[in-house]
Design a protein around this ligand. Structure first.
Ligand code: GLU
Length: 276
């Protein structure tokens, strides 16, 4: 009987997946997981300009940071190898569109879960909690908290929740809207703007590039729960990714990814870590 079962398992495995990956045969046919497993490559939409979170290292070409390392763990689960992955630069305004058109399988790109976005994409449960904060020049004395942004020139990116919150909370701020947050940096340094405002992991990444010239205000005003985005309505894929995130939170992998990436910037794990 045991032999019969073993033979059946091998036949099923060959029929469904070709048995390439570690968990071969585990995914029902027709699911995103089975497609990615057969392809041997997970395609990930990610930021390229956020050191410590989603960053293309100009020296090596390697994609580094918290989002990148979580993506590699997902790729390992689906394809059997951390190298079964392709990263595609995804700017804030491109996230929904890339998922809808199938340019990427998942978006892992400081992507906050919001009711508006849920109309176009599906999200996992949060895997990280960020806070909106403010980055200024180190010599700044005028901006100490969010309300000080009224009347100031503030830079943020299009297609983000950061701009919406600023419009709502500090309506007198003069917004400069760019395509990617790193475009705000030269403007801050040349004094064309007074501040950059978005999620703290993004600001910490920018700060890490110029620690002597910039400072984080450090008075957060708005929680940003990051989810992994998938094509709208793919509930099987969402369920699988949720189980994976829970596992990473339980088995210490979330903590080691945090410590090796954004944790180095002084971000506090207790604040960022989902409770489950
Ligand atoms: N997390 C926020 C958002 O998804 C702001 C940062 C970003 O644009 O990536 O809109």
């Amino acid at each position: 009987m045991r032999l019969v079962r073993a033979v059946l398992a091998v036949v099923a495995c060959l029929a469904v997946t070709g048995c390439g990956a570690a968990d071969a045969g585990a995914f029902p046919e027709g699911t995103a997981m089975a497609r990615i497993q057969q392809r041997g490559v997970l395609t990930v939409g990610i930021k390229f300009d956020h050191p410590l979170f989603g960053f293309k290292d100009p020296a090596t070409g390697r994609i580094t940071g918290f989002d990148a390392e979580i993506a590699r763990l997902v790729a390992k689960d689906l394809t059997g190898s951390e190298r079964g992955i392709r990263f595609v630069e995804t700017r804030p305004r491109q996230r929904e569109d890339f998922l809808a058109r199938g340019v990427v399988d998942i978006v892992l790109a400081t992507y906050s879960i919001t009711p508006e976005r849920r109309r176009r994409v599906s999200f996992t449960e949060p895997y990280y909690y960020a806070d909106q904060d403010i980055l200024v020049r180190a010599d700044n004395k005028a901006i100490d908290e969010m309300t000080d942004l009224n009347g100031k020139r503030v830079c943020t990116a299009t297609g983000s929740t950061s701009g919406d919150r600023l419009r709502h909370l500090v309506p007198k701020a003069k917004l400069t809207i760019v395509d990617i947050y790193s475009d705000c940096l030269p403007a801050l340094q040349s004094r064309a703007i007074d501040a950059i405002s978005t999620d703290d992991p993004i600001l910490r990444g920018l700060l890490s590039q110029h620690p002597d010239r910039l400072k984080l205000v450090g008075k957060p005003f708005g929680s940003e729960p990051y989810g992994i985005g998938v094509r709208r309505g793919d509930t099987a894929f969402v369920a699988h990714l949720n189980a994976l995130i829970s596992r990473f939170l339980r088995d210490g992998q979330w903590d080691s990814v945090f410590m090796n990436t954004i944790g180095a910037s002084g971000a506090v794990a207790d604040r960022a870590r989902p409770r489950r």
